[in-house]
Write a protein that binds this ligand. Structure first.
Ligand code: ZN
Length: 161
């Protein structure tokens, strides 16, 4: 069971604003509606691994900080969009629809499992002219987010040319 957070998001694809209900599995799962500012029970290390991928970088961030990428579907055009849900010291501090960028991904510690590696390819291609299909084949989702945030491809990649 998921909880949800009512939110108004603008779809990056069709630009329409819509009342959305962001579903999340970060909390107690009793089907409650939460809002920014609400206190929540979230156990940083007991979240199910099959629902969220824990990024390696998550261990370096504040123990009380969780920032999760979640999915929301536009009801108008059906686009699969991404939102970021931030929790600090047991309180929801933000929920926003995001475009993928170094800035928006910097705090992220967890990624909902329906978000695919392919969704990070356009921003990777825009940042790294030298990126090849072979590079992409070997880049995990963790690697992809790390590359976007750090501005560097994994160190063991040969720089072509
Ligand atoms: Zn849309």
């Amino acid at each position: 069971m998921h909880d949800f957070i009512p939110a108004v998001f603008t779809c990056p694809s069709c630009k329409l604003e819509d009342d959305c209900s962001l579903q999340t599995h970060l909390f107690d799962g009793e089907g409650r509606a939460y809002r920014v500012g609400d206190a929540v029970e979230v156990q940083a290390h007991s979240l199910p691994d099959d629902v969220y991928l824990s990024l390696e970088r998550g261990d370096d961030l504040e123990p009380g900080h969780i920032s999760a990428l979640e999915i929301w579907y536009c009801r108008e055009c059906g686009a699969c969009n991404i939102a970021r849900l931030d929790v600090d010291e047991g309180k929801i501090t933000g929920v926003q629809s995001i475009e993928l960028s170094p800035e928006t991904l910097a705090p992220v510690t967890r990624v909902q499992h329906h978000i695919s590696r392919a969704q990070f390819v356009p921003v990777l291609r825009s940042m790294f002219a030298a990126l090849t299909d072979e590079h992409l084949m070997f880049m995990s989702l963790n690697d992809r987010i790390e590359a976007i945030v750090s501005g560097r491809l994994p160190a063991d990649f040969d720089e072509p040319g």
